[in-house]
Design a protein around this ligand. Structure first.
Ligand SMILES: [Cu+2]
Length: 459
């Protein structure tokens, strides 16, 4: 175990290297995309077409946005829905006004309106984008897609496979179950858990990969609330990146993937002919996807070197912020403040549909948690004092956390979304080098909608 002091030194040092450039340089290449949001029919199953999905560019997942590190992405976004929406770029150290949080960083994009999102990609890695307006409904209806930023490491990779997993809730007619949107039970318990598991919109797809090659598999969990868990026919899986950030590679026989999180694996095929991946969070092991090794396509031998993060001692005393998470079913939240009024738990539930609080205050998009000065080292001390796990996400920043999520990694890792177990206390360490209002919330979307949300302002 690292001592606390050593942990802080290590964390602050590495973070100091990841400052966002203050302005976009004109020589940077701009990648242009156009994205629309619209009602789109989709065939999940031969027995019936789902005709109430909301998708980007009429496809699920939304289009793969691909850029190189240090390029600029420019997305012309058109809202063809009949409700307002916004897009959040999950995991990107974004410019605050491009972060996509309605009422906090931008006005909602109204039906028929166009909004231009334009920002530099400072980090290479696996990211995703999704709707951030009534997120619990808009993501459940399909408004999300992958955003992949590559760099020189990816040139040595033979095959890149994005695995965007979702846990839909369909009714017996194969439509998105709209009746249960806003279910008080979901909002106060584990969130909206689905009954129809897909990888890239399909059941158990298959992909072909190069023999003797390197395959990078980029897992993204777009579920509203289900904590996915993946296993495979490989004895061990090599994890090379977490939430978009490279890690010193380590092996696990299975791994969890909470809503919003990403994990990248590096698979070396050797003499195998197929590799099967399974989703193993439920009672029944589900076939997730299959890789078929194409023996006619033989990659030349090569070696990939992953540079670990630099460690330079840095002596900064962080500012401590305290987040005491309470609420939910079987919880200990007797009363909390909502919009300035203190109410007991029962009244919050009945009158306001609120169940969760940070520091005895029920949050919303423009609920301030703290104000800190730019470049201040921050230590968010989070206590999950509830009976439920929570997938805690900080916008616009990655933080160091002594993760308890893996068996075989002991040192602090960089995450933007950390899965906290009931009762767990943890510390999220980062340098607040990105000015603006950054949302901090549970990525179990029903929890965020019913109070587990607020923002940290960096001045
Ligand atoms: Cu939660």
């Amino acid at each position: 175990m690292l001592s606390r002091r050593k942990f802080l030194n290590l964390s602050m040092a590495s973070l100091a290297l990841t400052t966002l450039p203050s302005k976009i340089q004109s020589k940077q290449l701009i990648r242009n995309y156009r994205i629309t949001a619209e009602i789109t029919p989709h065939l999940f199953d031969e027995k019936g077409i789902s005709n109430n999905l909301w998708l980007y560019n009429k496809q699920t997942p939304g289009p793969l946005l691909k850029t190189k590190q240090n390029e600029i992405i420019r997305i012309e976004f058109v809202n063809n829905l009949d409700e307002a929406t916004t897009i959040h770029w999950h995991g990107i150290k974004n410019i605050n006004k491009m972060d996509g949080v309605p009422y906090l960083t931008q006005n909602p994009v109204q039906p028929g309106e166009t909004f231009i999102y334009e920002f530099p990609l400072k980090d290479a890695g696996t990211f995703w984008y999704h709707a951030h307006f009534e997120t619990w409904k808009q993501i459940a209806k399909g408004l999300y897609g992958p955003l992949i930023v590559t760099n020189e490491i990816d040139q040595k990779i033979d095959d890149n496979i994005v695995i965007l997993a979702d846990d839909w809730r369909l009714n017996k007619n194969y439509q998105i179950d709209e009746k249960s949107f806003g279910s008080l039970h979901d909002w106060s318990h584990a969130g909206r858990i689905g009954n129809w598991f897909t990888i890239n919109g399909e059941k158990s797809p298959e992909y072909s990969i190069t023999k003797n090659g390197f395959t990078r598999i980029r897992f993204i969990n777009a579920s509203n609330a289900r904590i996915l868990s993946f296993g495979s026919s490989l004895k061990k899986m090599k994890i090379i990146a977490i939430d978009g950030m490279l890690v010193k590679p380590f092996m696990e026989d299975k791994f969890k993937l909470a809503p919003g999180q990403r994990i990248d694996l590096l698979v070396e095929t050797y003499n195998l002919s197929t590799i099967n991946f399974y989703e193993i969070s439920g009672k029944k092991k589900l076939s997730a996807f299959k890789l078929n090794i194409d023996k006619s396509n033989n990659a030349p031998k090569k070696y990939i070197d992953f540079l670990p993060l630099q460690e330079i001692p840095l002596h900064t005393k962080p500012k401590n912020l305290f987040i005491h998470m309470q609420g939910g079913a079987m919880g200990n939240l007797a009363k909390a403040k909502f919009e300035g009024v203190e109410k007991n738990f029962r009244n919050l539930a009945i009158e306001d549909k609120k169940f969760w609080a940070f520091n005895k205050e029920v949050g919303h998009y423009d609920h301030p948690l703290a104000s800190v000065r730019k470049d201040q080292a921050i230590n968010i001390e989070v206590w999950n004092d509830t009976r439920w796990p929570h997938s805690m996400h900080l916008h616009g920043n990655h933080f160091y956390v002594q993760s308890k999520e893996f068996k075989n990694v002991k040192s602090p890792i960089l995450r933007d979304t950390y899965l906290m177990q009931p009762g767990e206390k943890s510390q999220f360490l980062y340098i607040a080098d990105n000015p603006g209002k950054w949302l901090f919330h549970c990525h179990m979307l029903e929890h965020a909608a019913s109070g587990m949300i607020g923002y940290i302002e960096v001045l």
